[in-house]
Design a protein around this ligand. Structure first.
Ligand code: ZN
Length: 335
């Protein structure tokens, strides 16, 4: 395995230095906490329990309740993703998987939580109200605890672009943090063309994205259910769009709730980079597959990113050996 460029924080990188210093230490939750619900696709009842976890352990899922009483530990990382259009899946059906994890992952990423063990006793995370808000509430109840370990970041060094027909996604250097620009276009009048940019922080996520719900078209429901999806979908967890507009009696939570939910999904998907990102992510008419493809493109080009560590003295290169654990965890993409 070649390590490629591993940089510390140079004197020229004052902007990224600020973000690195603002939140220099890793975090976990203070106490274990659980929540119960059902999957939006499988309708399977499920309990997830979040447990505090050690420094550098990352976000990991412990899938319990597999046939024969087996368990499987799955790291919430790009290398574990099974591609899907409708949700994000970690692991594989044969040896155990967890799906629709993106709304929980978005909440953990946005609240800058580095290390948690998520015990889950079913194949799919609970959909709750279709947004990240119930997971934010859950984490708030548990509390957040700083840990004795420096945060590490993936710093985007050059522009990467992928396209699938008219859809495209880009990752651009942006030292001040993680910026998202998401643009969507639907024929349905209630959605139309929506575009939004946000600099992600715990407060901006809570205010702007956390409550934005999953959405779907009534005309697709039967087709989805025939294919084994959306069995747990209802007006309690999905904004449903019919021929004459929104079917939910309460209406929308934000006038542009749709693009906000796409941004929430992108945060959850990109969190599978395994470390927080210093960069600007742009997507046009994107979705889970495009988000995941962007990570594949990033990790396929070792000159496109560096791993930087908070709290390191300015202008001193990070010791490559000290970075080995982080790189080893990401190794499938770093060869
Ligand atoms: Zn979603």
């Amino acid at each position: 395995m070649t390590l490629g460029p591993v940089f510390g924080v140079s004197g020229r990188q004052a902007e990224s230095e600020r973000i690195l210093m603002r939140n220099a230490m890793q975090s976990t939750i203070s106490t274990a906490i659980e929540i119960t619900g059902h999957g939006v696709h499988t309708a399977a009842p499920v309990t997830i329990k979040l447990r505090p976890a050690d420094v550098n352990s990352g976000i990991r899922f412990l899938r319990t309740g597999l046939p024969g009483g087996r368990e499987r530990l799955i790291e919430a990382r790009h290398s574990q993703i099974t591609p899907s259009d409708l949700c994000t899946i970690l692991g594989d059906a044969e040896s155990g998987s967890v799906s629709t994890i993106e709304h929980l992952m978005a909440a953990l990423y946005a609240l800058e939580i580095d290390n948690v063990l998520v015990e889950i006793d079913g194949p799919e995370a609970p959909i709750m109200d279709g947004s990240s808000a119930p997971f934010i509430e859950m984490i708030d109840r548990a509390g957040i605890r700083k840990q004795n370990g420096n945060r590490r970041y993936i710093k985007v060094l050059k522009r990467l672009r992928i396209a699938q027909g008219e859809r495209f996604a880009e990752l651009l250097p942006f030292s001040q943090g993680f910026r998202l620009t998401v643009e969507i276009k639907f024929d349905a009048e209630v959605i139309g063309h929506q575009k939004k940019t946000l600099d992600l922080s715990p407060s901006s996520f809570r205010r702007e994205l956390a409550g934005a719900r999953t959405f779907g078209f009534l005309r697709d429901v039967e087709k989805l259910r025939m294919a084994g999806f959306a069995h747990g979908a209802s007006l309690d967890n999905t904004v449903a769009i019919g021929d004459d507009g929104i079917l939910n009696p309460e209406g929308l939570r934000y006038p542009d709730e749709f693009v906000r939910h796409k941004m929430l999904d992108a945060v959850g998907d990109l969190s599978l980079a395994g470390l927080p990102i210093l960069g600007h992510y742009r997507s046009y008419v994107g979705g889970h597959k495009l988000n995941v493809s962007m990570l594949t493109a990033l990790f396929s080009d070792r000159s496109a990113y560096a791993i930087v560590e908070a709290g390191k003295p300015v202008a001193r290169p990070v010791d490559a050996a000290a970075m080995a654990p982080a790189l080893a965890v990401l190794s499938p993409e770093l060869n």
